[in-house]
Design a protein. Structure first.
Length: 273
């Protein structure tokens, strides 16, 4: 694979993938609604999913679909469903018609909703999202799974768990934590009893890169998780990075809720990419 088309190239995960693959000297077509990045081996295309990009798609060996609405900030539900489901499905059909049929599609652990004291399985856990973002991603997943085009495609559907890292969107836990450390301030957070499965942005990009070897196989539709399969309390994650960075101040935890209100979100081992 030498040419890659990346949607959502101006977003957090998409932007990191562009940087990663440009260093590997892939030719990358970058679809974005945001500002362009000055990187080698990139062709930046300003537009939305509902545009016409067949002339670029037909040149590409692989499509990585990262574009989504409502991931890190609140959006109108109408927009979330339009981007994540309607426009995404139409875009993928156009890619198929253009002859680009190797796809990596980024899903979310949010498609499962929340569980209590159970790991999430790509095979066995039912999809019960609790918000518009998760529901819209499930609609796209089911539309692809039930479509005829999947029989002539190689589709790797990746549900990504809690991503953190440098330059992540504002108000996210890790970024807020690091800023408090730099400013030598106390860090206020929730009670932190929730169970999560944290993965660094570098881990995510490396996993996606290594997954390219799967496309040597015949047509497939695989669902995998990008996670560690290691449950950790949010407060313990925060304390680890607080101590690792030798913070001078304190972490101030909020008031704990009742135990039966705690939910878990982590992957089982079998589902890991």
């Amino acid at each position: 694979m030498k040419k890659i088309f990346i949607t959502g190239a101006g977003g957090y995960i998409g932007g990191n993938l562009v940087k990663f693959f440009s260093k590997k000297k892939y030719k990358i077509y970058c679809l974005t609604t945001k500002k362009k990045l000055k990187l080698p081996n990139t062709k930046w295309i300003r537009g939305k999913l509902n545009g016409n990009y067949e002339k670029y798609l037909k040149e590409c060996d692989l499509l990585i679909h990262c574009a989504a609405s409502g991931v890190y900030k609140k959006e109108e539900e109408k927009k979330i469903y339009k981007v994540n489901y309607h426009d995404s499905f139409k875009f993928l059909k156009k890619a198929f018609d253009a002859g680009c049929r190797n796809w990596i599609i980024l899903g979310s652990s949010g498609e499962y909703g929340f569980l209590k004291k159970k790991p999430m399985s790509a095979k066995y856990t039912k999809l019960k999202p609790i918000n518009a973002y998760g529901k819209s991603k499930v609609l796209l997943f089911k539309a692809l799974f039930n479509s005829k085009i999947k029989k002539n495609c190689k589709i790797l559907y990746l549900r990504i768990f809690n991503v953190y890292g440098i330059n992540e969107p504002k108000k996210r836990l890790y970024r807020s934590l690091i800023e408090a450390i730099k400013n030598k301030e106390n860090f206020k957070m929730t009670h932190g009893e929730e169970i999560r499965d944290f993965v660094s942005i570098d881990y995510v990009t490396n996993k996606i890169y290594k997954s390219l070897k799967l496309f040597n196989q015949k047509f497939f539709f695989k669902v995998k998780h990008i996670a560690k399969g290691k449950p950790i309390k949010v407060k313990d994650f925060a304390k680890y990075h607080w101590e690792k960075n030798k913070a001078k101040k304190k972490i101030l935890l909020g008031v704990s809720k009742k135990r039966n209100e705690y939910h878990t979100m982590y992957s089982d081992k079998e589902s890991l990419l």
